[in-house]
Write a new protein. Sequence first.
Length: 332
Amino acid sequence: MPIALLKFPNDLLREVFRLCDPFELYRLSKCSKQLSQRSITLRETKNWKITYWGGNVITIWVDGSNYNFNQTDNPEDYFQVTLGRYSNYMDIEFPNGGGVDLFFYLLDTLGICIVKLLEITFGTVANVSKVAKVLVDRNMDIERFGIGNVEEVQDVVNFMPMLSQMNITKEFNCFLNFPPDFHFKFVKYPRKINITDASWFTIDQLLDCTCVRIELENSSFNNHDLDVFLQKWKMTGTFPNLRRLRIQSDLIDNQSPILEMIPPIQTVNNPMIRVSINGHGEIVDGVRVIKDDGAVGWLKVEIGDWSELNFLIADPADTVVEEISDDEDDDW
């Protein structure tokens, strides 16, 4: 028997909308324009988050479960739902504007205020650019932003000024190899950056960085650059957020000192010392470094085919310092 939802009082209709999952709200919004408008007017702002890779799938995250809206051209499959333990799927007809139009339809219809992930993948630079521009205009937070190793390198170069306007709060991941003459400077930093081709990331940017975690591969930093950074870190009040730094560079060598130590820099203890933050990002046999305000850092610099600096700043609240035997290290 059909239910005349539009005849429900607003308080009751609002409760109906509150109990719906993303698929149910979407289906209700498609029943009629009037019901769609009522659902937008009466629905509450939710803590749901949206994810978009620029293609034909958009995901809504709800308390650890993913609701995936998949594009289909077969009318017989419209609104077909497959439920899983953590991921659920519904086939729908995308609007004429494709994934970009659907992204904003879901954003408004479902009352979403946070983007969980926005990522450029192969062939999606144009779509992600359109979405990013509107998110900037709406001053919305983007928790994580990623750039894959795509072929449209120049299109990504052209996109990068938009990155300076985006409010990326948690994480920036970049796996793209930019041209040798590429330059970019962050205006603001998220909590974490992970760049696999960091030749464009300068020492000036590192000295200004406010991240909690920094991971830079294929960088152009040499011993002098790293020494300048660590000497600044030792000063009271500098880099108050930093907990973890990992820098790989072919220019790290054994010719000049870092903090008055010639690489490789590590202790040779028996038993060995392993330091980790909540069980992650461990450093084995690092050298203890003391900041002027008494904070403790653990530094390890390795040279060879993969020259790398690892630095961890300890906090008694979450840092574990433990002894490990040679046998345990081999097993680990």
